[in-house]
Ligand binder design. Structure first.
Ligand code: NAP
Ligand code: MG
Length: 488
């Protein structure tokens, strides 16, 4: 394995004082129940599972495991609440959603600490990105609640009814916000299931949703495993499924709802191309590459996991990238200096390590930053592969970890063809000083989101979603209202 040869290189990990975020005043219960019909209730079968801190692999709390019986109770509660909620004026519904947004802001620190403890992401990301964006999402859609007739002029939008929402573990609170806010603004009632490895911020959200005084049954948050999700998908009285997760489970859901009246939106995986032209501002582009693939440990559906560098600048970009990787601080998610936190679960770490082995066996040249990884917990050093081509598995498949596949190109048409040569179509990035080149590429790249001279930037007002095997439907922006309404 090729490690960094330059032993005298500046190592940020030796030069900073540890600055862990305090966990004072962060309330974590020993046991969490299901939030159904405005109450925290025990699961019918009395089963619980452990949620784990991935940076230590120690248990944080016991969490209720909902079975199909609990799903049925939650769906009935949501059905009962639907008439009242959907007939409230948009202005009234908006008040509750604004209240939820403000309560998230008030308790932002607590949310950030819990997100980092339960999921492993660096506190500076949960504190500065995830939690503020989650609050923004509720603010943004609260604003739409009484303006739906302007979003859909002369079309009289109606809510769908009971919506089942299933979310992944990489942005737990933010994905809950992406799902709940537009569904509530449009007058639907909801049964939401967070991922098994990261249930705690969704349950904290249940507490503040309760505090917002929203009528009982409008929002039900139930925890559990894949089978819990499948029970929501298969429940006959659910009108719509909104899912974010893997392409594999997305395909299962499409099949399960085929031939029923349920509507579906799917936000699935990705293998984003990040393209660096020779006329780009190279230092900024290197920062962009790091942000595109190492942000949130690379557990990002829209990560820039395929890097394409124009041949004339490839050597300089790769050297600068390696140097920058050496300065990344990998470690305690609660440390304010940490850049790369813990891999979310043992299972995900095994998946990533397996891809790294495949990359080596297929002849790729691996480079990993020489950081010291903590002894316990799930960790992966920032990694890149050189000398790979389109046919390599690590170029084709989503790894969902801090592993970058690097290729070079000569011409624009060559890079467009390579970038589009993937079953996915979620995101891409273009780095160049030439505006015309940006527009040339954005027209031709098959991706739902394309960033120019930046990467992994999100805004509640801007729609997000994929093409091809990355799914269908949009979340965010005015377009994010569409999947939750119907017309006569
Ligand atoms: P996953 O295994 O598909 O799980 C997603 C959610 O579905 C979890 O809550 C999971 O529950 C549940 N689930 C599992 N099996 C199910 C079934 N048969 N029926 C219904 N629900 C089921 O995905 P993940 O590993 O959590 O997340 C990683 C994937 O999500 C990546 O592929 C990533 O690209 C994608 N993702 C996409 C976006 C986007 O917007 N496009 C955003 C984030 C992530 P358990 O946790 O209990 O298994
Ligand atoms: Mg956890």
């Amino acid at each position: 394995m090729q490690k960094n040869e330059n032993k005298n290189m500046f190592k940020a990990s030796w030069t900073y004082d540890k600055a862990p975020e305090s966990t004072d005043h962060v309330q974590i219960k020993k046991e969490y129940e299901l939030y159904i019909n405005g109450k925290f209730t025990k699961p019918v079968k009395g089963k619980y599972f452990d949620t784990i801190n991935p940076s230590t692999n120690k248990k944080i709390a016991s969490v209720a495991e909902a079975t199909s019986e609990d799903v049925d109770i939650a769906v009935k509660a949501a059905r009962k609440a639907f008439k009242g909620w959907s007939s409230l004026s948009g202005k009234e519904r908006g008040k509750y959603i604004f209240r939820i947004a403000r309560l998230i802001q008030e308790r932002a620190r607590e949310f950030a600490v819990i997100e980092s403890l339960d999921g492993g992401k660096p506190i500076k990301e949960s504190r500065d990105i995830d939690i503020p964006l989650a609050a923004n999402h509720f603010f943004y859609y609260a604003g739409w609640a009484d303006k739906l007739e302007y979003a859909f002029p002369n079309r009289k939008p109606e809510p769908l009814g009971v919506v089942g929402q299933i979310i992944p573990w990489n942005f737990p609170l933010l994905m809950a916000a992406w799902k709940l806010a537009p569904a509530l603004a449009t007058g639907n009632t909801v049964v939401l299931k967070p991922a098994e490895t990261t249930p705690l911020t969704a349950l904290k959200l249940a507490e503040i949703i309760h505090d917002s005084g929203i009528p009982k049954g409008v929002v039900n948050i139930i925890t559990g495993a894949g089978e819990t999700g499948a029970s929501i998908v298969n429940h006959p009285d659910v009108d719509k499924i909104a899912f974010t997760g893997s392409t594999g489970v997305g395909k299962y859901i499409s099949n399960a709802v085929a031939g029923t009246n349920k509507s579906v939106t799917l936000e699935l995986g990705g293998k984003g191309a990040n393209i660096i032209f020779e006329d780009a501002a190279i230092d900024q582009a290197v920062e962009g590459i790091v942000n595109a693939i190492f942000y949130n440990q690379g557990h990002v559906c829209c990560a820039g996991s395929r890097l394409f560098i124009q041949e004339s600048v490839a050597d300089v970009v790769i050297q600068k990238l390696k140097d920058r990787m050496e300065t990344l601080i990998v470690g305690d998610p609660l440390d304010k200096n940490t850049d790369v936190g813990a891999i979310n679960s043992k299972k995900q770490l095994q998946i990533i390590e397996n891809y790294i082995k495949i990359g080596i066996n297929e002849g790729g040249d691996i480079y990993q930053s020489s950081c010291n990884l903590p002894k316990s917990g799930n960790w992966c050093a920032p990694t890149l592969f050189l000398n790979v081509s389109q046919s390599h598995k690590i170029v084709q498949e989503e790894i969902f970890g801090p592993v970058l596949a690097v290729q070079t190109f000569r011409t624009i048409s060559e890079v467009i063809e390579k970038a589009n040569n993937t079953p996915y179509g979620l995101s891409a990035g273009v780095w160049t000083n030439n505006g015309a080149k940006i527009f040339h590429l954005t027209e031709r790249l098959e991706a739902g989101v394309i960033w120019a001279n930046t990467f992994n930037k999100f805004d509640a007002a801007s729609p997000f979603g994929g093409y091809k095997e990355s799914g269908y439907g949009r979340e965010g922006g005015m377009q994010g209202l569409n999947p939750y309404v119907k017309f006569d």
